[in-house]
Design a protein around this ligand. Structure first.
Ligand code: NAP
Length: 534
């Protein structure tokens, strides 16, 4: 319990990543008093925490930047096609400085609870520091991938070497020179870090449970011509990106692979492979919805892996076979598969031998023990719901959000939850979020929320809440669309399948960013249909 009376403010925002920073800027601009509470001691969210070697964005940097202020866009220059973590963090700090955000952000403070006081129509929010706030609006800008999965390996405390976690990397960096290093996991974080660690360590052993599909980034410096072209055509690129949903260059094809001669399909995949990034997955409209079409893409990428990795047995282990192409998050890499051609790199297939425990010296599997100086966990996140369910959030009647979401998240548009008035989620479950360029989705959500608050103010309303019917309708729609795709066939974090006991529900909205924006705009045009204002 708080020792002091709660601080009275208009809006409390949880998290100072890109979502929380822009939310603060917008609401402050509307004259509201706002406090942002952030667990870390700096801004940047994802890019504050994930400092592992090789960490970089995998949407083009120029698009992975705010668009709300043309002056900000003009003055910031990215050095590489896919900016490294340090530069993304520098950008976040630049935004914080430029808009004087820090004076309303409280760092090193973790929100523990948020309870709705029905009689006052306010949120009572308490932090682990003992401080508390009372706010009309409570906005969760807590990120989609911000709470790591629990590490459940036996003997974690027995290991006498050093344990590193990609999601909480030491700020001073790590020098692996001369060390025997293990990496556990082969998701995006591992796939980015493995080539960099391999180049430094004496020996690197990768423990792979499920192989991932990865496509080349072809990262490099941004040329003067590219920069000039972007500067001249920024508005067009931004508009294209909003239509494509992910990024301007994904160039979503409308042709069906199954109705196109195989030679043409292969040529198109080759063309896209040469461009790199997510464009490899978006060439044909049936790749994500038809198993036979998907197999063409899977065979193409499988062929690339076999072509890059010299040892046939290792290549075979690296080729995914247990789920359709791109139904687990596609990875974008720099030299990942080629790393397995290095003499100092070994691959352990956890489908053939499983980890039994960490030992004082290293890792024990059913095949024996291997000594290590360092073990890197790149084991992923309790995605999209993990952070929210760890905060004690209670709505009307004291109902805990975790209880309401026991069988999977229920939201209207991924933005609000019935029974939780004035609580907004930025890029929450049921919104496109992780299937899009996150910055673009963040801007759209922040602007929706800010507009809704302004609209309510103009009408002297003090509350807004999703109706139970609108929520049920949206949840059904999100599930229905997911079921038209191949996504549910993979044991992915999109499905909650990576966390033992988590309900198997497809978490983001897969109908596409344009359809989602249209749905939001339609709701607004109909005076916030599906929401109840009071
Ligand atoms: P992830 O994709 O969930 O990968 C975790 C890896 O750890 C998987 O290979 C998983 O295997 C393995 N693993 C988990 N528990 C394990 C266990 N008990 N034993 C053995 N292996 C285990 O997590 P991530 O790599 O941190 O990436 C999460 C998401 O963050 C990405 O999908 C992406 O959306 C985002 N991300 C983005 C970027 C970027 O934009 N540049 C970079 C990094 C991350 P299974 O597959 O068998 O579960």
């Amino acid at each position: 319990m708080s020792k002091h009376p709660p601080q009275q403010i208009d809006a409390i925002v949880v998290g100072a990543g890109f979502a929380g920073m822009y939310m603060l800027h917008k609401l402050r601009g509307q004259g509201l008093s706002v406090r942002v509470i952030e667990a870390g001691d700096g801004v940047g969210g994802t890019w504050f925490w994930n400092r592992y070697p090789g960490a970089r964005v995998d949407i083009h940097s120029m698009e992975y930047a705010f668009s709300f202020d043309p002056a900000l866009e003009r003055e910031w220059r990215w050095s590489e096609r896919y900016a490294p973590q340090a530069e993304l963090l520098a950008y976040a700090n630049h935004v914080a400085d430029r808009y004087d955000l820090r004076r309303d952000i409280q760092f090193s403070t973790r929100v523990a609870s948020a309870h709705y006081d029905e009689s006052a129509a306010r949120w009572e929010v308490a932090a682990d520091t003992g401080e508390s706030w009372s706010a009309r609006w409570c906005i969760m800008a807590t990120g989609c991938l911000s709470t790591p999965k629990d590490l459940d390996f036996a003997g974690m405390e027995d290991f006498t070497g050093t344990i590193y976690k990609t999601f909480a990397w030491p700020h001073e960096g790590v020098d692996f020179t001369g060390q025997r290093v293990a990496v556990i996991g082969t998701g995006s974080s591992a796939i980015q870090s493995i080539p960099v660690i391999a180049a430094q360590a004496a020996q690197l052993t990768v423990y792979q449970r499920t192989p991932n599909y990865s496509v080349p980034a072809w990262n490099g410096p941004i040329s003067a011509e590219t920069q000039a072209d972007w500067d001249a055509n920024r508005a067009t690129y931004r508009a294209t990106a909003r239509q494509q949903g992910i990024a301007a260059n994904v160039d979503a094809g409308e042709a069906l692979a199954l109705e196109t001669p195989l030679a043409e399909v292969t040529a198109e995949f080759e063309r896209r492979w040469a461009i790199g990034g997510f464009t490899v997955a978006t060439g044909f409209a049936d790749t994500g919805v038809d198993l036979a079409a998907n197999k063409i893409a899977a065979d193409f990428v499988g062929g690339k892996i076999r072509g890059i990795v010299s040892d046939a047995a290792t290549a075979e282990k690296l080729v995914p076979k247990s789920y359709p192409f791109a139904t687990k998050r596609l990875c974008v890499d720099t030299g990942y598969y080629a790393t397995f051609n290095r003499p100092n790199v070994a691959l352990v297939d956890l489908m053939q031998t499983s980890i039994t425990a960490l030992t004082p010296a290293g890792i024990a599997t059913t095949a024996g023990e291997t000594p290590f100086d360092a073990i890197v966990f790149a084991t992923g996140f309790d995605a999209m719901t993990g952070t929210l369910s760890r905060i004690d959030i209670r709505g009307r009647g004291g109902v805990p959000l975790a209880e309401k979401w026991a069988h999977g998240p229920l939201t209207y548009l991924g933005l609000m939850v019935a029974g939780f008035p004035n609580l907004f989620l930025i890029t929450g479950p049921g919104s496109p979020s992780v299937l899009t360029n996150m910055i673009m989705s963040i801007e759209q959500h922040v602007e929706f929320i800010a507009d809704a608050i302004a609209w309510l103010g103009e009408r002297q309303h003090t509350t807004i809440e999703a109706s139970a019917e609108a929520e049920a309708g949206w949840v059904a729609h999100v599930a229905e669309i997911a079921d038209t795709t191949l996504y549910p066939l993979a044991n992915s974090w999109y499905m909650g399948a990576n966390v033992p006991g988590k309900p198997r529900v497809f978490l983001p909205y897969v109908g596409g960013f344009p359809a989602y924006v249209e749905a939001c705009e339609d709701v607004v045009a109909r005076d916030y249909a599906g929401f109840v204002a009071g």
